[in-house]
Design a protein around this ligand. Structure first.
Ligand code: ADP
Length: 316
């Protein structure tokens, strides 16, 4: 992995292509070019210097010092250019994903509205409420996406403050299960809680932790199969409590597993089984759990199921 990373670092052309800019604007290429220019200048200056000045050692020292200074300046300029190029590339990727995610609910809204306004449905009450439901679902999808994007931007800018206190993970799990029971029952999925009595409280921001736990349960239902099972388990582990959500759903292909906490990442099989989704929930979850001094992880097997878990400290 280390060696592969080094090779990737050295493959300048591939890295420049990634930014989608010409080679003459590419920071890595400019850095190598500047390096060559600096070295040639140093050799020329040294040769000319030794002809004019009497002491070749002084000339060598001056040339060396100048070369180092030039290298440092060039390095810092190319680094900042690289940062800009990366930010630019992420912006393009971001706009791409967001516009795709917004396009389908928007077009659903459009045709449902057109139908409702065209009077084609006449007085058929059931049809009207069916289309109203489509309007509601799609508006919800868009506002969820916008809320997730806002959370990501707050987390990335460090403007996401945690209000930590002791709270009961079992109560939180019960609340989440009650919210998601109807959706689970609609797909004939059994939703169970396994938590021993008198567990200690955990320390964290209950509202933020709820976002993470709810996403686990929501995903376990969405990426399950009909008549599947979702088990929420809470158990003590050292000085922490373990919160795990196990399902026997579609699982995650081995190749995709290393990307699962990356921003916007959705695995191939998930894209097929659930067209809706932003790939932001787990990215947000990882940041919240790490900010809460906890740990997050999962294990999964394609077509068998997944278990997503986090650990939270018991005491401050
Ligand atoms: P979203 O569900 O909106 O795509 P998430 O960040 O919550 O975003 O999840 C990212 C990806 O992780 C999903 O698209 C899916 O590929 C995978 N994933 C998460 N939970 C599960 C699960 N319980 N079973 C299978 N795949 C899952």
């Amino acid at each position: 992995m280390g060696f592969k990373k080094l090779l990737d670092e050295l493959n300048i052309i591939a890295r420049c292509k990634k930014y989608g800019i010409s080679i003459w604007q590419c920071p890595q290429f400019l850095f190598v070019l500047m390096g060559i220019v600096i070295m040639i200048t140093a050799v020329v200056t040294y040769t000319l210097g030794t002809r004019v000045a009497a002491d070749p050692e002084t000339v060598l020292l001056i040339v060396l010092a100048l070369t180092v200074v030039l290298f440092v300046i060039t390095f810092s300029i190319t680094r900042s250019l690289e940062g800009l190029a990366e930010a630019n590339q992420m912006k393009t990727e971001f706009i791409n994903i967001v516009s795709h995610q917004l396009r389908s609910p928007l077009s659903n809204l459009k045709w449902a509205l057109e139908l409702l306004m065209s009077n084609h449905l006449g007085e058929i009450k059931e049809k009207r409420s069916e289309y109203m439901k489509i309007l509601e679902d799609n508006t919800n999808r868009m506002s969820e996406l916008v809320a997730d994007l806002l959370t990501v931007s707050r987390l990335e800018q460090g403007r996401f403050l945690l209000n930590k206190a002791e709270f009961s993970l079992t109560d939180l799990a019960k609340e989440i299960i009650a919210i998601h029971k109807p959706a689970a029952e609609a797909s004939q999925i059994r939703l169970k809680l396994e938590a021993p009595g008198n567990l200690p409280k955990v320390y964290g921001d209950a509202l933020r932790i709820k976002i993470v736990a709810e996403n686990f349960v929501h995903n376990a239902i969405r990426y399950n199969k009909d008549k599947g099972e979702v088990k929420v388990k809470i158990a003590p582990k050292n000085k922490s409590l373990l919160f795990a959500v196990q399902d026997n759903g579609i699982g995650i292909p081995a190749d995709d597993q290393k990307h699962i906490f990356e921003k916007f990442f959705r695995s191939k099989n998930a894209l097929k089984s659930q067209t809706h989704g932003s790939g932001l929930g787990l990215y947000i979850g990882k940041m919240i759990i790490e900010k809460s001094d906890g740990k997050i992880g999962f294990k999964s097997e394609k077509n068998k199921g997944s278990t997503f878990w986090f650990l939270l400290p018991i005491k401050a």
